[in-house]
Design a protein around this ligand. Sequence first.
Ligand SMILES: Cc1cc2nc3c(=O)[nH]c(=O)nc-3n(C[C@H](O)[C@H](O)[C@H](O)COP(=O)(O)OP(=O)(O)OC[C@H]3O[C@@H](n4cnc5c(N)ncnc54)[C@H](O)[C@@H]3O)c2cc1C
Length: 418
Amino acid sequence: MSDQDWDVVIVGAGAGGLTLASYLGKSGVRVLVMDPRPEIEPLGRGELIQPLGLEILEELSLLEGLHGLPHCRNEGFQFLNGKSELLMRSRYSCLEGRFPFAISLEPHHLDQLMVNQLTNLSGVRVIFGARYHSHRTNETGVVVEWEESGVARTAFSRVLVGDDGRRSRVRSSGKFSGQVVTYNDSYLSWSFDIPPEGPDVLKGQEGQYFLSAGKIFFLFPVSPTRRFFLYMLKNRDRRFLNEKGLDGLLSELDGWVDGMSGVLRKGGLQDTAQIPEMVVMKVSLKNWVDGNVVLMGDAAHAMNPHVAQGRNQAMQDARVLAKLLCEGLALGSRGCSSALSEYERIRRPVTERLHGLADEMTLVWNSGNPLIVKVRERVFRGIGRKPSLERKIVRTISGLGFEPLTVLDRMNAFWSGG
Ligand SMILES: Cc1cc2nc3c(=O)[nH]c(=O)nc-3n(C[C@H](O)[C@H](O)[C@H](O)COP(=O)(O)OP(=O)(O)OC[C@H]3O[C@@H](n4cnc5c(N)ncnc54)[C@H](O)[C@@H]3O)c2cc1C
């Protein structure tokens, strides 16, 4: 094989692409990964690696490396109301298995760890500063047009994988139909260090979700001394924020976490314009496979972060796809096609169920309707009093199962929460 010939070309060195390259490279498959960024860069927010993701990292012998990165072991979450009163806790300790916890961290640390591991695999090449442009298929595979540091390049691959995120160019170049929508509400995201004299309430290791009428504030540890938050921007209305100004925003945050404003100011926050806005999208497609071209991760199924699953599901796509592809590549062109169809058959229903759950959570959590807020708070309290219901929630969020609350469960929670 020449430098232009590959078994698999992966567009995008995100969570999914890097995981796929790791699995395939360890099995001796020749893989090219391309990404336009000059290198792995911080995203400006944290992420949760759920028990599902931890299982995958263990399979890839990355757990030890993960423990060496700045991170926090998350035993659970607290859900609080607008007065910072505890409504319920979701604790991973109710799970059986190897990982009764999640890990929260700034994801670029993990991505860099994965890239470092890939450099030891002789069949894998990861190229940064490399942008995919288009592709065309023929009887034996896919011709990929891309650009490396401004120079046009062509590669031939038996299979092309699009893991190029929610605005995927592979998706728009291929025959993929379905919906790509932006949710009404976005999030302001900020990461900051806690000074030693910072308030104790900020030093806890559990994630905190503060929910009040039309307001959401998530606060997570990403290392023992670093935190990040997401603050919901209702209807993506930045004008409202400008009117409120930094003082208004900080006094609201102080209302949830006393002493927050001092820490943020000390960390260099001087203007709301400094805080990046993260839009949230949903990608819901009718097909993930077009000939020998396949989509994965956010390109195939971006989902609302309320389910805290996007990265974990991209990694699970990679795990399933890698196993099927290794078998399929050995059987030739027909083998590849059936591997890709089987991958879509297994994975699409899982992500469709998560989309449904995320939409429901968005409706209930983001709501400013006083009646919905009242019912929500009562149901949360009820779940906190019923270990069987807490377990269902944690199993679903862990990525290890899908056990949404039934109508009976919800009624049970409502009556128990009074
Ligand atoms: C606010 C917020 C909070 C979140 N929190 C969590 C969480 O707690 N837990 C969790 O599991 N998930 C979370 N997610 C979701 C998670 O970030 C994504 O689902 C995950 O990053 C998807 O991985 P991916 O590999 O599919 O795509 P991405 O990580 O988006 O990677 C796509 C890659 O493709 C590259 N690319 C783009 N165009 C091209 C091109 N033309 N050529 C080559 N490469 C290209 C990009 O540079 C990028 O590196 C959150 C998302 C948001 C918005």
